[in-house]
Design a protein around this ligand. Structure first.
Ligand code: FAD
Length: 189
């Protein structure tokens, strides 16, 4: 990690394309210059391969801010929220899109009944999904806080936790199930 917050993270899509995440601040977004000078590229990487790269055109860049927010309710009357409109959290764990797809699946099942006259099913959707989505937003906030915590205690825990976790297969299975979203049934009732 370079002092300007740039980090090499490996090949991007396409020939000769590489991914270079940069950490910004609230006041200063981490957008890169359109022409990325070789000296900056070489300063940035922690990974050895990038030291041999030459800078060039930045072909694509985007910016995102990590937030943790959950809508207080996922439906009011006939209006329902799903996906990132209802819940956002850090990408750690990779659950965001998958939770949104689950929202869509459950909403479809509830909407079929609502269209046949049972409007209480829209409230069912809100109840069923809020519980699952809010639980992950809470977990994600905790995980992100831990991963980004630079205190001496957190750094110590981050050093000893992986080998301990690796020796407990039950814990790994649980973590995998949670990360893959297999820790709960996708209930429609
Ligand atoms: C860096 C990063 C990594 C991620 N990795 C993962 C991962 O590994 N696994 C995973 O499951 N999830 C991941 N996610 C989360 C995932 O990308 C999102 O949860 C998902 O894309 C949300 O989908 P969505 O359809 O709810 O919202 P969006 O993808 O935001 O779609 C909303 C769409 O609505 C459009 N729109 C907005 N306003 C209007 C308007 N007024 N009129 C018309 N259209 C409008 C927008 O242009 C957009 O196309 C990641 C997110 C980030 C930022």
């Amino acid at each position: 990690m370079a002092s300007d917050g740039c980090r090499y993270s490996g090949r991007g899509p396409g020939r000769g394309a590489h991914r270079l995440p940069a950490r910004g601040t609230a006041d200063r977004p981490a957008l890169l210059r359109r022409d990325l000078p070789t000296d900056r590229l070489r300063r940035a990487p922690a990974a050895a391969p990038a030291r041999e790269l030459d800078g060039g055109k930045v072909r694509w860049q985007s910016e995102f801010k990590v937030s943790h927010r959950m809508a207080p309710t996922m439906a009011v009357g006939r209006v329902a929220l799903a996906g990132d409109a209802a819940h956002i959290h850090s990408p750690i764990g990779g659950r965001g899109m998958n939770l949104g797809i689950e929202d869509g699946y459950v909403f479809a099942a509830c909407a079929v009944d609502a269209l046949q006259g049972d409007l209480s099913r829209i409230a069912d959707y809100a109840r069923l999904r809020h519980a699952v989505d809010a639980a992950w937003v809470k977990t994600s906030r905790g995980l992100t806080g831990f991963v980004t915590d630079q205190s001496a205690k957190a750094r110590f825990l981050k050093r000893i936790a992986p080998p301990i976790a690796a020796s407990l297969p039950g814990l790994i299975n649980q973590a995998l199930k949670r990360g893959l979203g297999l820790d709960h049934p996708t209930a429609v009732r």
